[in-house]
Design a protein around this ligand. Structure first.
Ligand code: SAH
Length: 464
């Protein structure tokens, strides 16, 4: 619920749990049934709703005093015990993964609205948990203690790291904080060597986070936003005060190896060469591998997610990306799997233009670009970008070839992408049969009625 929908939120503290009531009696409301008041819950004893009457209670929510999304619903009922609710939801999220996530030890454990825990994201890479706090509600120490303790008990990680996106903290008016280890505590300051700067996402790896516009949870690889990583503090109540200054001791290794679909990957949560994965593509990798054949080109390969899978079903695989550090990590992953893959550092648009003009041909092409539409405003430009890429790729596919085309722009819908593909097919005089119309992996649950939880599209087509 947007700030403009809230007609009253007197005395509500940043990140508070509020009771949301429909405000039917106000002249300021914009559209019927949309305006609401946020009432501090009774635990906030000194603040009371001031202006009844209200028509209807909509439920409980987290309130943000800063974000455009002022109200994020957490329950259709009043919530009396937020700790119990959070613990139950985390346990439910884990049970869901146990039931539906297979063939991997790397997956998203908590997907914000997708797990009814709006503003919290937790990824698991083998024995490391990597979390992101996206809203005011999750930032205070008591709240951190709740979710950290629940995650530790349920998943028994070796290390928990927090990844900070400074833009998100700024938007939520949260104090500055740096990426680092949040558990175990007593860790010394993480080294701030030069590579952290060189490989920082802001410099070289365009962020795929599509949540520029409020309300879009977005997508992001584990690599982003890491720079140096000083001690963030301990789990207070268990190990003493939070925010303690760095102390001597051994740093838990924040590198590990994980696998998905039996393909091995390196993970370095905070170090110089930050690695990670687009976990949301896990099931699409396996699907693409099934259809792929011959000579393959993986465009926007990042650390080789598709390329490494295609290498098991294709004769020759080339991965393209504009980020050298990403390709270096991709090459290490290839070595880990005993695969020979060619990597090309290039701007994908230039490369596809040159290759298609030169009459190069492939049997399989994967297009998995970053989110071109970061907001509704640049949807049209984004659609032109997708069209250009798909047109070039179609020109380069041999008859019987396979096109895997993806979009992680929330603002470009599944039907938009189909339209783009249809128009590219028309322009290139190719016939396409859609073999699979796919979305994000099931550890990024798509909740019916919460459109923002569906953002990734992946179409696999047979081109003749
Ligand atoms: N397919 C990857 C994810 C791709 S993320 C996987 O499954 O893991 C998008 C990638 O596009 C990033 O690695 C980024 O470096 C790259 N990129 C962004 N703009 C680019 C451009 N113009 N040309 C080539 N690569 C680009």
């Amino acid at each position: 619920m947007y700030r403009s929908d809230v007609v009253e939120a007197e005395g509500v503290q940043p990140g508070a749990v509020v009771l949301v009531q429909e405000a039917g009696d106000t002249g300021t409301k914009r559209h019927a049934g949309k305006s609401a008041r946020a009432i501090p819950t009774l635990s906030d004893k000194n603040v009371r709703p001031t202006r009844p009457p209200v028509t209807r209670t909509l439920g409980s929510a987290f309130y943000s005093t800063a974000s455009e999304i002022a109200v994020r619903m957490i329950s259709p009922k009043p919530v009396n015990d937020i700790e119990q609710l959070i613990r139950e939801r985390i346990r439910a999220a884990i049970v869901y993964r146990e039931r539906f996530v297979q063939d991997t030890n790397a997956y998203r454990v908590i997907f914000s609205e997708g797990d009814f825990l709006p503003g919290l994201i937790v990824d698991k890479y083998n024995d490391i948990l990597s979390l992101q706090v996206l809203t005011q509600a999750w930032d205070p120490d008591p709240m951190r203690n709740i979710f950290l303790s629940e995650l530790r008990v349920a998943l028994n990680p070796r290390v928990i790291v927090e990844r900070i996106d400074p833009r998100v903290r700024k938007l939520e008016q949260l104090p500055e904080r740096e990426s680092g280890i949040v558990w175990p505590g007593n860790s010394p300051k993480y080294s701030n060597h030069e590579d952290s700067f060189k490989y920082s996402n802001h410099d070289v790896i365009p962020n795929r986070f599509s949540g520029e516009e409020p309300g879009v949870p977005g997508r992001e690889a584990g690599s982003s936003s890491f720079r140096s990583a000083p001690l963030l503090g301990m789990t207070s109540g268990e190990r003493g005060a939070t925010g303690a200054s760095p102390v001597e001791g051994s740093t838990p290794a924040i590198t590990t190896e994980f696998q998905m679909n039996s393909v091995r990957f390196l993970y370095d949560a905070l170090g110089g060469q930050k690695t990670g994965a687009f976990l949301d593509q896990r099931e699409n990798y396996a699907a693409a591998e099934k259809y792929a054949r011959g000579e393959a080109l993986d465009v926007f390969t990042y650390q080789g997610g598709f390329a490494l899978h295609l290498a098991r079903s294709c004769d020759k695989v080339t991965g393209v990306d504009s980020s050298r550090p990403a390709l270096e990590a991709a090459d290490q992953n290839a070595a880990l799997n005993g695969r020979e893959i060619d990597w090309i550092e290039a701007n994908a648009f230039d490369l596809l233009r040159d290759y298609s003009d030169a009459g190069r041909k492939y049997d399989t092409i994967v297009l998995d670009p970053p989110a071109f539409a970061k907001s509704r405003q640049n949807r049209d430009t984004a659609i032109r970008g997708y069209k250009e890429l798909n047109l070039r790729a179609l020109k380069m596919l041999r008859p019987g070839g396979i096109l895997v085309t993806c979009s992680c722009s929330y603002h470009v819908s599944a039907s938009d992408l189909l339209e783009v593909l249809a128009s590219a097919a028309l322009d290139s005089h190719r016939n396409l049969r859609i073999l699979e119309n796919r979305g994000q992996a099931k550890d990024h649950p798509n909740v019916l009625g919460v459109p923002e939880t569906a953002y990734l599209k992946c179409l696999i087509s047979l081109v003749s």
